[in-house]
Design a binder for this molecule. Structure first.
Ligand SMILES: Cc1cc2nc3c(=O)[nH]c(=O)nc-3n(C[C@H](O)[C@H](O)[C@H](O)COP(=O)(O)OP(=O)(O)OC[C@H]3O[C@@H](n4cnc5c(N)ncnc54)[C@H](O)[C@@H]3O)c2cc1C
Ligand code: FES
Length: 351
């Protein structure tokens, strides 16, 4: 976590970091998951396996920002890929699945995020996922297959039914090339002919599937309840907390009440966003204040990691405490993360 006191710059730099992605291929993975392969115009931006990109989508007259992990390995030449689940009532994912076609052009922000295997400290890894959470972990596995195929890796994936399991065929092919890759699947709704694990992720199941789980460095992505369970089991098996890394796909748990700055006025600060005004109570983040007053600021993780909630600070000052979702260059250009910034004066922000 890093904390900065930021004031609006004298002049706002134009949003220079939008990349153009051209849809090269759309591949169905399961009945509700597709992989979208893109050619980034001007070449693939540098990224690390596990990082994500925020798409800027024009849908039904609205501009939506949604963040998706890169499922491709940085080593893949010329293209990047995102593996995306269509949510039944999802604004962006339904449009991506139903409307986006090969050849279409999209805008995206450059890759970011700290959920990467670059800083791993142990040799033995466990890549633990549920649902579309397999996406950033597949990027890691593909990267390791290309650069360190001897790595000792356990892939544990949870899906609703056998038909929802992601990347099964590719995993089998990778196992043929990676001598120390072990794969286990667990489904919550088994079907006739299923011989893998079934039920909810539990300690007994993990101790059978992954006997040295507590001694492995874990990268985990899935719904919050799943990740909590995976973390508890890791801790119960003796795993150190700093060897357990997670990626949140959505802010499904309420954000803890923030500390109140001692010098904040009791009535809070005025926030202006375009033609809307609202009040940030003492200690509230800009995102919390906007959400409370039904004003939409794009949001992904709500915890300073993904960069989806990036806005320009046009005037005023904020205190920002984030977790890697914004780069020093973006801060210098006057950007802040709404989920991680608390006003220290009246402020004006822009999407
Ligand atoms: C860092 C990061 C990486 C991500 N990577 C991926 C990825 O690789 N693949 C992928 O499919 N998604 C990924 N997501 C989630 C993605 O950004 C969207 O939130 C999600 O796809 C829903 O978008 P939507 O516009 O279709 O749904 P919305 O219109 O925003 O929401 C529609 C409904 O779906 C629910 N919903 C929204 N998001 C989720 C979610 N993540 N899980 C369950 N229910 C949800 C909402 O509560 C609502 O009821 C990632 C998110 C983050 C923050
Ligand atoms: S919503 Fe992810 S950094 Fe703010």
């Amino acid at each position: 976590m890093s904390t900065d006191l930021l004031e609006a710059p004298a002049a706002i730099a134009p949003s220079a970091d939008l990349l153009t992605l051209i849809v090269a291929e759309i591949r169905p993975e399961t009945h509700d998951v597709k992989t979208f392969v893109f050619h980034p115009e001007g070449g693939v931006p540098p990224y690390r396996a596990g990082q994500s990109m925020t798409l800027k989508l024009a849908i039904g007259g609205e501009t939506l920002f949604r963040t998706f992990s890169l499922a491709s390995a940085p080593d893949a030449s010329g293209t990047i890929a995102m593996t995306i689940k269509a949510h039944a009532t999802g604004q962006a994912t339904r449009w991506l699945h139903d409307e986006l076609a090969v050849g279409a052009r999209l805008e995206a922000r450059s890759p970011k995020g700290r959920f990467t295997i670059e800083g791993r400290t142990t040799e033995k890894l466990a890549l633990v996922s549920a649902g579309s959470g397999a996406s950033p972990l597949m990027a890691m596995l593909r990267h390791l297959a290309a650069t360190a195929p001897d790595t000792d890796i356990y892939w544990l994936h949870a899906a609703r039914t056998p038909r929802d399991i992601l990347f099964a065929r590719e995993l089998a092919a990778l196992q043929a090339r990676m001598p120390h890759l072990k794969v286990a699947m667990v489904v919550s709704r088994p079907e006739p002919g299923w011989f893998g694990f079934s039920g909810r992720l539990g300690r007994r199941m993990v101790s059978v599937a992954l006997p040295d789980y507590g001694r492995r460095e874990v990268f985990c992505c899935g719904p919050t309840g799943f990740m909590d369970e995976a973390r508890l089991i890791h801790a119960a098996e003796g795993g150190a907390r700093d060897l357990f890394h997670i990626e949140h796909f959505g802010a499904v748990t309420p954000v803890a009440p923030p500390p109140v700055p001692v010098d904040a006025p009791a009535e809070g600060y005025a926030v202006t966003l375009g033609d809307k005004s609202f009040t940030a109570q003492p200690g509230e983040t800009l995102l919390q204040a906007a959400t409370r007053q039904t004003i939409v600021i794009p949001c992904g993780c709500a915890s300073g990691m993904c960069g989806t909630c990036r806005v320009s600070l046009v005037s005023g000052a904020v205190e920002m405490q984030h977790d890697g979702g914004i780069s020093p260059e973006e801060e210098a250009q006057g950007y802040i993360l709404a989920c991680s910034s608390r006003p220290r004066s009246d402020v004006t922000i822009a999407l």
